[in-house]
Design a protein around this ligand. Structure first.
Ligand SMILES: Nc1ncnc2c1ncn2[C@@H]1O[C@H](COP(=O)(O)OP(=O)(O)OP(=O)(O)O)[C@@H](O)[C@H]1O
Ligand SMILES: [Mg+2]
Length: 258
């Protein structure tokens, strides 16, 4: 499974919660510069493997390599600082903050924080903040959130919250993003918009691993599709290949794939 172009490699990941075996020796790799889909029926272990990769699961076994480094069981902030950033669903009870404040809050942590702030000159801190401010505007404009920058996050629609979450991920300047159902619950007009954004993020060279149940989106966006079932890797390939595979159809039993 090790290939030279792989940016992310997971190997033989096992994780259990109580008596439930969520991951049972899952392995796959993701090539740099691709938009790769991660599909599989409910309970296949897709979200759990994202959680393992991003440092949110204690006590899993197996190897995780990102950009040549071993990141298995690294802390979440170490993983994101290495350039691998994941999205979360913005919780309903998000803090009373404007869209702009939210983007600024999660910008890359550099000179302006902690011990660095004490060591850095005030001018350097100011320049950093100014730069982050400008980049927040650029990202907001790109995601067409510029007209709601002063609105409270709580006042955004579900789809706009999804876009904001993608914006937060982009401001971290990642090499790779893990997106867990970024379009779930979004109205059809915004789905098209988010899909376009993801395609353009992919074109800008950011590698994307995308969990999505909406097969039309997987077909439209992904160069390569990985299928998981019952905590394991099942198969991978082009969308048409994997959806024509009997084993894939069987594991989705009763679910229309195309
Ligand atoms: N924290 C947890 N505690 C107990 N069981 C868990 C936990 N997290 C995941 N599981 C179980 O592990 C299995 C895999 O769940 P996971 O959420 O990874 O599936 P999924 O592929 O993301 O499914 P879906 O498509 O429905 O989001 C399921 O049986 C789930 O109930
Ligand atoms: Mg899930």
């Amino acid at each position: 499974m090790t290939t030279t172009g792989s940016l992310l490699e997971v190997n033989d990941i096992r994780a259990s919660f109580g008596g439930v075996r969520a991951l049972d020796g899952a392995s796959f790799s993701v090539e740099a510069g691709t938009i790769t889909g991660l599909i599989g029926p409910n309970g296949a272990g897709k979200t759990t493997i994202f959680n393992c990769i991003s440092g949110l699961v204690d006590g899993f076994s197996g190897a995780v390599r990102f950009d040549g480094a071993d990141i298995a069981r690294a802390r979440p902030e170490v993983v994101s600082r290495s350039g691998l950033v994941r999205s979360f669903q913005l919780a309903r009870g998000c803090p009373l903050m404007t869209v702009f404040e939210h983007l600024m809050l999660y910008g890359p942590r550099q000179v302006g924080e902690g011990v660095f702030r004490a060591l850095a000159s005030p001018g350097a801190v100011r320049r950093q903040e100014e730069e982050l401010r400008e980049r927040s505007y650029v990202v907001a404009k790109r995601l067409r959130l510029d007209h709601v920058l002063d609105n409270l996050v709580t006042a955004l629609s579900g789809g706009q919250k999804k876009l904001l979450e993608i914006g937060r991920v982009l401001l971290a300047e990642p090499k790779m993003v893990l997106l867990d159902e970024p379009m779930a619950g979004v109205n059809p007009t915004l789905v098209g918009e988010i899909a376009e954004q993801l395609a353009s993020i992919g074109e800008s060279g950011v590698t994307i691993l995308l969990i999505e149940h909406e097969m039309e989106l997987i077909e439209r966006l992904c160069d390569d599709v990985i299928v998981m079932a019952e905590g394991k890797f099942l198969t991978r390939g082009a969308f048409d290949e994997v959806t024509a595979d009997r084993r894939v159809q069987e594991c989705y039993l009763g679910v229309q794939l195309q």
